[in-house]
Design a protein around this ligand. Sequence first.
Ligand code: MSP
Length: 521
Amino acid sequence: MAPETFFITTAIDYTNAAPHIGHAYEKTLADVLARYKRQSGCEVFFLTGVDQHGQKVQQAAERENLKPQEFADRVTKTFTDLWKLLGISYDEWAATSNPKHRQIVQKILDTLYEAEAIYKAQHSGFYSVRQEQFLTDKERNEAGEFGPEWGEVVFLEEENWYFKLSECRDWLSDFVKNHKGFVSPAFRQAELANAVSKGDGDLCISRPKTRLEWGIELPFDKDFVTYVWFDALINYLSFAGYLSDENSERESFQKRWPTALHIIGKDILVPAHGVYWPCMLHAMGFSDAEMPSLLVHGWWTLRGAKVSKSAGNVIDPKALVEKYGTAAVRYYLVRDIATGQDSDFNEERLISIYNTELANGFGNLLNRTLNMAKRYRASLLQPIAPSPVSPKTKELLAACSETLKNYHEQMNAYQVHSALEALTRLVTDANTYAEQMAPWKIAKDETQAALLDETLTAMATAAATTAACLAPILPDEAKSALDQLQFESQAVLAVSPEKLFASPHQVQPPTPVFPRIDTPA
Ligand code: MSP
């Protein structure tokens, strides 16, 4: 049977400023899910990248006397360097200034033009320079003004090209109502349904070159470039093989697309991914069954405030990795936030979660197990009898099975923090079991040899189960733990825990995997 396909994408990040903790979180979450699916035997295609066009990049480049491409390339490197440091295992890099992307955007624009789904019209109104969009009265606050979130607002009168979004509204409204699971968590789908019912008007998809040059030229009107969102959303198609000149790429696209999951932050659901994107796909001829799914995550804040360059409270993920290591940062980013909810970033918690759950928790379990295996059994562990001597051993093995079930359920529901909570409970149970069984005491009594064997094997089973489940989150450390236990993660997950040690099994002496962090925050 052909392996199942899983196509996962993240938002593509603006290249007008360096990456912050929010970007790092989204990519880590996607990476964890991609690795989990790969470990489960799926053929994964993980796409991420950078959104390089638009006014913000053009202006930032002008300020530094650079060409937009030079500026975008420089900032892009801070993203690719960080993803390397964080171990983000993407399969394809979507940089929107790539000529391959430009070609597909232009093909799509041509198709929509020929289908009369776009038209040219004169428009005058207020325009937010920061958000690069025209504003309507809906955007005014209670005082009747455009709030500071819109930045500089100017009055503009110009001709532009429009996409007939209004012709898709009824379809979209029905689609959102009738397709449970289009957006998760479910409360975000309800929020989207509400927004769709209030929306009106068409979407301006061009910017005159007199105002913005750094974009993809409209193939049928050389005086305009494509609006940055229209260009950016198409990355999910153009870098996945859609309309490719290569047969094999087009075939891959056919396989990938039906499983597409877009991971995005809550700020870009309405209108970009929840309204523009499905309507664009609908107009291009994608059927309802061919719509992607959206996983909407919450935001990291700092002392309750939004993280932003202008607020000056941006946390540099690179500095965090340099201070605490990749494992501590990856673990914290998916452990201290419930997928879909917001969370407040806290460096002390990063340290304390790492020390409690990894250094003192799992690290300690692994070390003491391998230490005692070496001391009392020359690192050779024995299978556990179908009826163990101690009921506590049976209980710990049952806890391993229960944890695995729970872990898979939570990972498949994208709730990584809950999956890690389940692992932490198992580690605590296993360390408590070690205290209660006190193998260091049993070892003194030769008549209890069988009990000593089963105790060490039960502890090693809990450690191997935890390590295998940690592999998508902490690939290097999980591998090191599993190497010491002499297992492959897939092999551990393929059998039920009580059958993991089916025959005498040689393990290695311990090498610490999670050194404690003693640096103050
Ligand atoms: N370029 C657009 C996305 C185009 S997708 C076709 C964009 N870029 S962004 O750089 O502003 O944001 C990229 C992603 O990071 C978005 O999903 C956004 O929600 C996420 N985050 C930005 N700040 C965040 C936090 N503080 N916390 C968590 N994620 C946040 O939007």
